[in-house]
Write a protein of this length. Structure first.
Length: 278
């Protein structure tokens, strides 16, 4: 059992969350199959599929990635094809309070209150993350400028959370400066980078709204084009054909080795979770 911020993450709660997330992943997969949209399982979800044939037992979320062009098509078709009685596609265009550079699918009738984010006005619920990936320039100086602009835009979006959690000091003052800019400025930065560099023949891509070093280095674009199927819990989903290469890039060569027991904890910190009525 992991105790966080007064809320107890029991294995029963984690498993119940996973089943809600699996239901949403199946809805995403349905829409993608019916519209020839390509996605791949990502991060711990792909590792779970490969190593555990399902969720990593302590994992509390689902991640998928799509090329930007596929992502935009997915968001568009969701306007008419998503089962809105059960799900809500959340991004900065559908939810004025949303401050992240990627989309989420929320399960209606649920709540997932992230610790330290009470100040945000966005809709809340159990969710899966849907990350668009954009072409990354190859020249070092261009890549460094690209990554620096992404870093600034991400900090703009995060500034609202930082101001509510950081102690007084230079870091908080920096976030106060960034918070003076409307969040739309950050999305404009992402959009300009996409228009400038996408479809120029570059071989690597990254999530603009995520700062992990493996993203700033770039993922092979072919991993999001040449795909296969992988078993996850009780159904087949899409994965990179070179799943081993993707996982090694994401987690290192020892990705099949389980972490120490003390590290087997949910990634998110919640203060409240509620589930749909059964």
């Amino acid at each position: 059992m992991v105790r966080k911020m007064g809320f107890e993450y029991t294995q029963e709660i984690i498993r119940k969350m996973q089943m809600v997330e699996l239901d949403m992943l199946k809805e995403l997969d349905r829409i993608c199959r019916e519209n020839n949209i390509t996605y791949v399982l990502d991060a711990g979800t792909l590792l779970g599929a490969y190593r555990h044939k399902g969720f990593i037992p302590w994992d509390d979320d689902v991640d998928v990635r799509m090329l930007r062009s596929e992502y935009e098509r997915f968001c568009e078709v969701c306007k008419t094809q998503l089962n809105t009685k059960k799900y809500f596609l959340q991004n900065h265009k559908t939810d004025a309070g949303y401050r992240w550079g990627y989309a989420r699918m929320l399960r209606n009738g649920t709540n997932f209150q992230r610790a330290g984010q009470d100040m945000l006005t966005m809709r809340r619920g159990i969710f899966i993350d849907i990350f668009p990936v954009d072409d990354l320039p190859e020249k070092k100086i261009s890549k460094d400028i690209y990554n620096a602009k992404c870093w600034i835009a991400r900090k703009m979006l995060y500034s609202e959370v930082a101001l509510g959690n950081y102690k007084p000091g230079m870091n908080k003052f920096g976030f106060w400066i960034l918070n003076l800019f409307p969040k739309e400025k950050a999305f404009k930065i992402f959009e300009k980078l996409s228009k400038k560099y996408n479809d120029k023949g570059f071989s690597k891509v990254r999530i603009q709204g995520w700062g992990d070093p493996v993203d700033t280095a770039g993922f092979k674009k072919e991993w999001f084009i040449d795909t296969d199927k992988i078993w996850f819990e009780d159904a087949w989903f899409t994965c990179p054909k070179d799943t081993e290469g993707f996982l090694e890039h994401s987690f290192g060569k020892d990705y099949m080795t389980l972490p120490p027991e003390e590290s087997r904890k949910p990634r998110h910190t919640a203060t409240n979770i509620s589930f749909p009525e059964e």
